[in-house]
Design a protein. Structure first.
Length: 175
């Protein structure tokens, strides 16, 4: 690509994130009743909410089906949440049609092979630093953070800073 990743960040209007391995560390705790429990980073949550409040479109496409994850993300103001998405390109195409998205305006952060088909279509593919080799090779930006350890915060904050929308004190502005 001709542009540096910071120049590409100027064009972002839409963030799409995977959950497991991006918003979580990819580890699930399995309870005796079969429930799978994940941990999410509060700093990622803060940035996701800030992005929504600042007018960015924030979408989630995940193969996982945990309704607790949906509830957490809805609480951050995210409305486009696709869980149980095993062929993520279908949900991406739905979002493109629904919002008339242009590839150069979309940042997608994934960590593993199921994210590859979407990352091949969007303008700004990104990944955490512990993503699989194939995604690292195609990403225009690799966060210095691992999945579940603030990688979503990293890219959101960088985009918002480049676009001069990041503020050091969201507390006064956001509930």
């Amino acid at each position: 690509m001709d542009k540096s990743y910071k120049q590409l960040f100027n064009d972002v209007t839409t963030f799409i994130f995977d959950v497991d391995g991006v918003l979580t560390n990819g580890i699930v705790t399995v309870f005796p009743n079969g429930e799978l429990v994940r941990q999410m980073n509060i700093k990622d949550g803060y940035a996701l909410k800030a992005a929504v409040k600042s007018g960015y479109r924030v979408c989630i496409i995940s193969g996982g089906k945990n309704e607790g994850v949906r509830k957490r993300l809805e609480g951050l103001g995210i409305t486009d949440i696709y869980l149980g998405a095993h062929t993520k390109i279908d949900q991406y195409k739905e979002l493109v049609e629904k919002y008339d998205l242009k590839a150069e305006n979309v940042m997608y952060m994934g960590d593993d092979i199921p994210d590859l088909p979407v990352m091949e279509k969007i303008g700004i593919p990104c990944c955490p630093n512990d993503a699989v080799r194939e995604l690292q090779a195609m990403s225009v930006y690799i966060s210095d953070k691992k999945g579940g350890e603030g990688c979503a915060r990293d890219v959101i904050e960088q985009v918002m800073r480049v676009q001069q929308k990041w503020h050091d004190n969201f507390d006064a502005q956001y509930d």
